[in-house]
Ligand binder design. Structure first.
Ligand code: PLP
Length: 489
């Protein structure tokens, strides 16, 4: 670490990134490369000795070898999956944290980093209208993890250990977790890692008529059936903003349905939690007042660069009981030991070591302000509404489920009816998506909702403006004309 060299190299890297953002809209969003394209161009072993001025030599390789092979997630034409929204302060906050390179696993390991995480998770929770009971100021507390899947794993493990302490460890095989058929697949993975039998993961079907939301009655029936069969209901993962089509589960009613059954309710708001910064969406987070935990990814739609998942729990002690480690004298600290404000975040997560994520989130909140974030989210919601309007105005298309937040699901209407129509329509739309993405001028993804294959246009990038949304729609229309053209033998 040489300060002068760092200054020189840092300028080079900042200029490189700024040039990239200047030209990002010119790149095809998804690279047209074939498997192995990069490995063929690189030596098969690391250099034995450093190259002279190696960073200066490597940056052109990043430009010429790496950039042509990346999917440009920050492109204003990227409408696939959910965005990983970047901002200047999000990126520079990451750079600051990387430069300091500290490891705040206990309060003593870095008091300011720990206290900033305590402060900033409460700030964010208040900004998103998360019930106070889940925040430090209301007796709960928040932490910053890398992903929603980690948040699910940590909370399932906390719920599991709490439950086993009540019913006895021999009941491990009887524990049951609940979700809907729209819940993100990472929930089943987290449950599996936590030792829940695959057969004990209830995926409750949802219906199109109820907007693909989890039905409290169906949940309650499943819980009662498990109890009647001698099993032990453990955990519900409810979602605000499901991945396929941003459906919202009715949190209040779901919590009421399992009240008295000892089920830990976790709210996964990985994507749509950000929208709760706006008063018009605030009721969605506020309705989690009876939930045990709540998580959202500010790296998805709140300008905090990868990675950042905020998790709040009503009873931090349950997390610590399950994930706390007895490290003897090594990590003990006389000043913080036993102090109620001393948070040792290593005991809230799986690993010991952790990143200083609070810094960038603090910068994002300071530099954009809550009003700035509202304006940002609303801009995308408006663009999505405009896109939905364009789709609905074209009689060849339909919007099978209304747009929600900034996600629009749409498809070409069935061209034929009767036997085989569903498969033919799905196949037609699959070809449409491939054709759209092959242009490089827009990149969208897909989902299957209620057996229907849809294209997903998820608006959420900092650089996306209305003109890019209009252009994306033109690309869809052009490619639709091509895939609908009759094949002349
Ligand atoms: N939950 C929802 C609703 C999601 O949309 C996603 C990813 O898009 C996840 C969970 C998984 O998030 P992560 O990659 O942070 O584990």
């Amino acid at each position: 670490l040489d300060a002068d060299e760092f200054r020189r190299q840092g300028r080079q890297v900042v200029d490189f990134i700024a040039d990239y953002y200047d030209r990002i809209h010119e790149y095809p969003v998804r690279p047209a490369v074939s498997l192995g394209f990069l490995s063929r161009q690189l030596p098969n072993a690391a250099p034995s000795w450093p190259e002279p001025d190696a960073l200066s030599a490597a940056l052109p390789d990043v430009r010429d070898l790496i950039l042509p092979g990346v999917t440009h997630w920050q492109s204003p034409r990227h409408f696939a999956h959910f965005a990983a929204t970047a901002s200047n302060v999000g990126a520079l906050g990451e750079a600051l944290a990387a430069g300091l390179n500290i490891n705040p696993f206990t309060w003593a390991a870095s008091p300011a980093a720990t206290e900033l995480e305590v402060v900033v998770t409460d700030w964010l929770g208040k900004a998103l209208h998360i019930p106070e009971k889940l925040l430090f100021c209301g007796g709960g507390g928040g932490t910053l993890l890398g992903t929603s899947c980690e948040a699910m794993l940590c909370t399932i493990v906390a719920a599991r250990d709490k439950k086993l302490a009540e019913v006895g460890e021999h009941r491990m095989g009887d524990l049951v977790v609940y979700c809907s058929d729209q819940t993100h697949f990472s929930f089943k993975k987290a449950a599996h890692v936590a030792g829940i039998r695959r057969a004990n993961c209830r995926e409750i079907p949802t219906r199109r008529e109820s907007g693909f939301a989890l039905s409290p009655a169906a949940l309650e029936a499943a819980v009662r059936a498990d109890e009647a069969a001698g099993r032990v209901p453990l955990f519900l993962c409810a979602t605000v903003g499901t991945t396929p089509k941003a459906a919202v589960d009715p949190l209040r009613e779901l919590c009421a349905a399992v009240a008295g059954h000892g089920v830990w309710v976790h709210v996964d708001a990985a994507y749509a939690g950000a929208a709760c910064v706006c008063p018009e969406f605030a009721h969605l987070a506020a309705s989690a007042e009876a939930a045990d935990s709540f998580s959202t990814n500010p790296h998805k739609w709140l300008l905090a660069n990868m990675d950042c998942c905020a998790l709040w729990v009503r009873r931090p002690a349950a997390l610590v009981a399950a994930l706390g480690t007895d490290d003897g004298v090594i990590l003990k600290d006389a000043q913080s030991s036993g102090h109620e404000l001393a948070v040792d975040y290593k005991d809230w997560q799986v690993a010991l070591s952790r990143r200083f994520r609070a810094l960038k989130l603090w910068l994002v909140l300071r530099c954009h302000g809550v009003e700035g974030l509202r304006g940002f989210v609303r801009g995308h919601v408006r663009m999505a509404a405009a896109f939905e309007g364009m789709v609905r105005a074209d009689p060849r298309f339909e919007v099978p489920v209304p747009a929600r937040f900034a996600l629009v699901c749409f498809r070409l209407r069935p061209a034929i009816h009767g036997d085989g129509a569903d498969n033919a329509t799905n196949e037609l739309n699959t070809r449409l998506l491939e054709a759209v993405n092959a242009t490089g001028r827009a990149y969208m993804s897909c989902a299957v909702v209620g057996g229907i294959y849809v294209l997903r246009c998820a608006i959420g990038n900092s650089l996306t403006e209305e003109r890019y949304v209009r252009e994306a729609w033109s690309v869809v229309q052009e490619q639709a004309a091509a895939v609908l053209m009759p094949v002349i033998p």
